[in-house]
Design a protein around this ligand. Sequence first.
Ligand code: NAP
Length: 339
Amino acid sequence: MKALITGASGFIGAHLAEALIGRGYQVTGLVRRTSRTDRLTPLQVELAFGDVGDSDSLRKAIVGADAVFHLAGLVKALAYEDLLRVNEQGTENVARACAEASTPPVLVVVSSLAAAGPAPNGRPRQETDPLVQVSNYGRSKRAGEVAAGQWAGHVPLSIVRPPVVFGEGDPAMLAMVRPIKWLGMHVVPGFTERRASMIHAADLAAGLVAVAERGGRVAAANGNTDASAARGYYFLAADEHPTFAEWGKLIATALGRERLRVLRTPEPLIWGMAAANESWSRIRRRPHIFNIDKVREATAGSWTCTADRARQELGFSVAAPLAERFSQMTRWYESQGWI
Ligand SMILES: NC(=O)c1ccc[n+]([C@@H]2O[C@H](COP(=O)([O-])OP(=O)(O)OC[C@H]3O[C@@H](n4cnc5c(N)ncnc54)[C@H](OP(=O)(O)O)[C@@H]3O)[C@@H](O)[C@H]2O)c1
């Protein structure tokens, strides 16, 4: 079996490449000339150079693939248009290129819980719940789902919406891990108790492979709103939903820190800091993950979802509890000198 991964050079891409190779797939990674591919080199991933904005490069890379995993995406940008260009238009280009293949491959689009929205009424979100995006990132990921859905009549399509993903190679979690390691301090936005679903990248990768091999598919012409059944859509997440404070404690324990100071920060201060950081990003013309859009998400409620559908349809489960997975991640950070 041959698989193509877009966004192979990214954090999740390397974990997925490893999982696919472990199952005997021949893996090609779509990367850009500027991409860092050092995590792919030891994995024997063939490289195809291209860009999700360049349909020709996509058509060439897809030839012969049995499955395409579309991970390429922007999680931060200076403008909403930039998010749409990659997360919506790039996803449509990938879906169209799959549809144009002589034998269209299975297409698994990696979207985000942000495309669906926070937990409704204090319970974990299910695939069938009405969608309520609260951020530009979420809206752009939903736009990508809709754009891919237009090709569902031509391509066997599934859409996975992961919550927070963490693991070895994740640069995003460092902002939380470093203050815990160095200062024994964990900053929590606001005074409301909020929970988050999460998944280790290796568990997500295993789930993505299961979705490609035996998952349900999005119904033709139903990419837009299939809220009643949302067939072919999956949340993949661990069963634990820690509060933001517990999340810090999990990391502290993984680092062997017995005491942790949880610093609750008033929301107006967080908004102000994000606005200042975003202005600084604009001056430097380099987007930063701590921005107003992320604060919109962080203050929108609990971000929990249930993987019940994936469990029932695919036999999905995570291989290890969060505590063990966070230890694995922090050991890797230490081994690489990141902390
Ligand atoms: N990390 C999470 O917590 C999380 C949660 C939910 C959903 N997701 C989704 O999962 C996917 C992967 O996330 P990640 O954390 O692995 O992100 P990441 O580390 O930032 O990787 C993004 C990947 O997309 C590639 N890319 C960006 N623009 C591209 C373009 N125009 N053409 C081709 N490739 C392009 C990047 O290539 P370069 O290396 O060249 O920059 C990189 O390989 C994204 O779609 C994201 O929205 C992530």
